[in-house]
Design a binder for this molecule. Structure first.
Ligand code: HEC
Length: 138
């Protein structure tokens, strides 16, 4: 598993180095996509976090802060998923972005809809975990 992760990171690093730098543009999400509600209960976060650990940490980092092994080579870099700006997005917007991808962010269409909605719960979970630890470290 670690070896696979390292090979994966290497591929991403090369791809990132070769892709032309571009200015960060706002990522528009159609209103109809934004309005979609997460059909799963919050208990789906556990399954989502398992998927996150398998597919997302290389770039997004274990806690979703955008500091994964491969993140340094990406342009634009992945945003901190625990930040208020990402946490303030609608579930439907996160689902849309996970589904479509953009630039270095892969499209996760080959994951089932349920898995992608579970990932949305995982992102919510990472967000509240970080708020919690910030609150507790004060
Ligand atoms: C190869 C690196 C890579 C992997 C793997 C990856 N991402 Fe991303 N992700 C990115 C990058 C880069 C962006 C920023 C794209 C942009 O803004 O153009 C991004 C953006 C996002 C966003 C949008 C955040 C925002 O700005 O609103 C979400 C949500 C997201 N990723 C979730 C995931 C999930 C869930 C997974 C795993 C299933 C995943 N990503 C795997 C690189 C990656």
């Amino acid at each position: 598993m670690r070896r696979v992760a390292h090979i994966f990171a290497l591929v991403v690093l090369v791809a990132g180095a070769l892709s032309p730098a571009r200015a960060e543009e706002p990522w528009r999400v159609p209103a109809s996509a934004r309005a979609r509600r997460n059909p799963l209960p919050s208990s789906a976060a556990a399954a989502g976090l398992t998927l996150f650990a398998a597919y997302c940490v290389q770039c997004h980092g274990a806690a979703g802060r955008g500091d994964g092994l491969a993140a340094a080579a990406l342009n634009p870099r992945p945003r901190d998923l625990t930040s208020p700006s990402v946490q303030g997005e609608f579930d439907g917007a996160l689902f849309f972005k996970i589904t479509r991808g953009r630039g270095a962010m892969p499209a996760w269409l080959w994951l089932s809809e349920r898995e992608r909605w579970a990932l949305v719960w995982a992102i919510r979970n990472l967000g509240s975990a970080s708020t919690h630890s910030e609150r507790c470290s004060k």
